[in-house]
Design a protein around this ligand. Structure first.
Ligand SMILES: [Zn+2]
Ligand SMILES: [Zn+2]
Length: 208
């Protein structure tokens, strides 16, 4: 097959410009959340794998090898603007097809060959010719890939704010608990700190 003129090499795979922007943001967020360690194992971006039914021909569609917490990676891809993301199990095609994650970016102008799969997932289907039920995490985000990157940045900021709030709370309780010349014992001080930690955990839970 011939590559589209807009194809850019990304880590040895031809990719569309949206993928070049989205993949590093997606990878970083997956790493930050501990869903994967190290780089995202890319199997195919723009490509002509016959088994993929042509969906990878023009861009926006990616295949990843299973790595880390696959269910969470699928969830995150959907949250970050690729609702049409599925865990394809071994033999997904009935021809011993390899296990992988297949993912299509919403709002990518190059995804013409795979766009029907976005309609399929919205219709509650798996995006394969057999039209089985969608087995991925719901609800769908409805985000475009650009909105997905913004969403991830906000998530990142929210956790930053949480950490700052925890630090402030620990400092406040320590200061409250041990004013100058106080004769609080180490034990009492420890209890105060534990109290702050408990509050911090509540804060975290409230944000999740
Ligand atoms: Zn694109
Ligand atoms: Zn694929």
């Amino acid at each position: 097959m011939s590559l589209p003129t807009y194809a850019i090499q990304f880590r040895g795979h031809p990719a569309c410009p949206c993928q070049v922007e989205w993949l590093p943001a997606f990878e970083a967020e997956a790493q930050r959340r501990g869903f994967i360690t190290g780089p995202l194992p890319i199997a195919q971006l723009i490509g002509g794998a016959v088994t993929s039914g042509g969906t990878h021909a023009t861009g926006g569609a990616a295949d990843f090898w299973p790595h880390g917490d696959v269910a969470q990676v699928v969830w995150l891809a959907r949250q970050m603007g690729a609702d049409a993301t599925w865990h394809r199990w071994f033999n997904w095609d009935g021809h011993n097809g390899s296990e992988h994650i297949h993912s299509v970016l919403t709002g990518c102008i190059h995804n013409g060959a795979a766009r029907y799969q976005i309609d399929k997932v919205r219709a509650g289907l798996n995006g394969l010719a057999n039209d089985h039920k969608d087995d991925g995490p719901r609800p769908l985000s409805g985000r475009t890939w650009k909105q997905g990157i913004e969403w991830a940045e906000e998530q990142d900021m929210a956790s930053e704010e949480t950490i700052n709030a925890i630090a402030a709370e620990v400092v406040r309780q320590l200061t409250d608990g041990k004013p100058d010349n106080s004769d609080l014992t180490r034990d009492q001080l420890w209890k105060q700190t534990q109290g702050a930690a408990d509050e911090a955990r509540d804060l975290l839970r409230a944000q999740q």
